[in-house]
Write a protein that binds this ligand. Structure first.
Ligand code: ZN
Length: 272
């Protein structure tokens, strides 16, 4: 990867998802299934074929191989840490499609500019309908749950990042997932797993989407979901990945809702 990408990664680690809250807003669009959000008969489970590529100091890089058909269920994982996270959010009435959190503390003009752009991007999604924000899918929930089982997403919020590639076969669609996460807030630099993608492209995989999560925020004495919208530095990084590796679309999830947009739609977002 080029030096510019390294800069992007550095920016991402430093800034990416800090401005995740969206300030206090009135939005009563609660989840419609707040009481019982997980179907225990879902059969949405981790794929049997998982390989650890690297693991060191709390960071992991692993790959999953599965069939798209295996994760098309409307159910969600039965993973205890995932269920605990969702229950905590629901107890605080925070399972909102557009999260409500404390306003940011803005220290200087530079931070104010970042927040202006963050709010611009949030409005693109929630007021202009750019991209989509839908209840989390089985596969995306499995990715979230994988990190939640490693590190409590309430007590020590942390991000994961995953690349999802797909390939059509005679019997359906195969998926190849590169999952990366650390044990601190941000995925450590050098652990995103993008370096595995070129060989996969050579093998005929197409680069369907990159997904990462935005972690819990506060709303007074209650929890708030992270805003499912790419931050300005996310946009910069993902555009770079799209140019270099042919990425098709991007997602941001918070364990309840997932933002999804094509790379073309990403052009309307502000980046830094
Ligand atoms: Zn982010």
């Amino acid at each position: 990867m080029c030096r510019k990408q390294l800069l992007c990664l550095a920016l991402w680690g430093a800034l990416a998802c800090g401005p995740g809250g969206d300030g206090p807003r009135s939005d009563s669009s609660r989840s419609t299934n707040a009481v019982s959000t997980v179907d225990s008969e879902s059969n949405c489970s981790l794929p049997a074929q998982r390989t650890t590529v690297r693991a060191q100091g709390g960071a992991i890089l692993e790959t999953w191989q599965l069939r798209l058909d295996d994760v098309l269920t409307p159910g969600l994982p039965d993973e205890p840490a995932f269920l605990d996270y969702r229950a905590a959010i629901e107890r605080d009435g925070a399972d909102l499609r557009r999260p409500v959190s404390d306003p940011p503390v803005i220290a200087d003009d530079a931070a104010a500019a970042i927040w202006r752009d963050t709010f611009f991007n949030n409005d693109l999604v929630f007021e202009e309908g750019v991209g989509s924000v839908d209840p989390i899918s089985c596969l995306d929930a499995l990715l979230f749950a994988r990190q939640a089982e490693r590190v409590s997403q309430i007590e020590q919020p942390t991000e994961f990042i995953a690349s999802v590639l797909r390939k059509q076969t005679e019997s359906g669609t195969d998926l190849f997932v590169v999952f990366a996460a650390g044990s601190e807030m941000f995925v450590p630099r050098g652990w995103y797993g993008f370096e595995l993608v070129p060989d996969l492209l050579e093998e005929g995989w197409s680069y369907w989407y990159v997904i990462h999560n935005h972690t819990v925020q506060r709303n007074g004495d209650r929890l708030a979901l992270g805003v499912p919208v790419p931050s300005t530095s996310d946009v910069q990084l993902l555009r770079h990945v799209a140019r270099g590796l042919g990425l098709e679309s991007v997602r941001v999830t918070n364990g309840f809702y997932t933002f999804s947009a094509s790379v073309d739609e990403l052009a309307r977002f502000r980046a830094r």
